[in-house]
Design a protein around this ligand. Structure first.
Ligand code: HPA
Ligand code: MG
Length: 211
């Protein structure tokens, strides 16, 4: 079996030096360190796929991907689930739907959560789903109204904040300090999504892309 192991990134983790990795030239002055390298993200995501395969046995999986920040994680997670299925002759049907949430301005969470697109989730009725992303509570409430058979939440990152979303998240990639990170589809005002690693923004980057 696959036992649950948590991966916790400590408060004082400075990240890796930029000199160790490659990243887009146009962000040269805008990032301070590589917080979680792409390869580590991929390995951890493969491990989460193992947990999920274990839990779902022969239920099909309806994946609800939370855009935009969740698209990389979702795509990679689903791919690993499919590969594991191929290698173990346990083929689960995976279907992906998308929902778009927006709540951040600059590096601050705002009060208003916008659910954009795909509000009719009736395809979930009687289905087991895995959900990826953050801003989860409001979404879960919405999802539950469609009465899926089982709902599981996968989040690549869970931040250590007073009301941690951890209890809502069944599959956690990394528990991290409460700091703002970008890359691997996570943005700062729509910038940095094209960065493969999860990184910490520099002061210059914060100023440059501030609204
Ligand atoms: N980075 C980008 N988007 C986010 C974050 C973050 O750290 N937290 C919530 N949305
Ligand atoms: Mg965002």
């Amino acid at each position: 079996g696959v036992g649950w192991e948590r991966e916790t990134i400590k408060d004082d983790w400075p990240g890796y030096s930029l000199d160790l990795f490659t990243y887009p030239e146009h962000y040269h002055d805008d990032i301070e360190s590589v917080y979680i390298p792409h390869g580590v993200i991929m390995n951890r995501t493969e491990r989460l796929a193992h947990y999920i395969m274990n839990d779902f046995q022969d239920d099909n999986i309806m994946v609800l991907c939370v855009l935009k920040g969740g698209y990389k994680f979702c795509a990679d997670l689903v791919e690993f689930i499919k590969i594991l299925g191929r290698n173990s002759n346990k083929y689960l049907e995976t279907r992906v739907e998308f929902i778009r949430l927006k709540s951040y301005l600059n590096d601050q969470s705002t009060e208003d959560l916008h659910i954009i697109g795909c509000q009719d989730l009736s395809f979930l009725r009687g289905k087991a789903i895995v959900d990826t992303g953050k801003t989860m509570k409001a979404l879960l409430k919405h999802v539950e109204t469609f009465e899926p058979k089982m709902v599981k939440v996968a989040g690549l990152l869970v931040k250590r904040v007073p009301n941690m979303a951890e209890s809502l998240t069944d599959y956690v990639g990394f528990e991290i300090p409460n700091r703002f990170v970008v890359g691997y589809a996570l943005d700062y005002n729509e910038y940095f999504r094209d960065l493969n690693h999860i990184c910490v923004i520099s002061r210059t980057g914060k100023m440059k892309y501030k609204i």
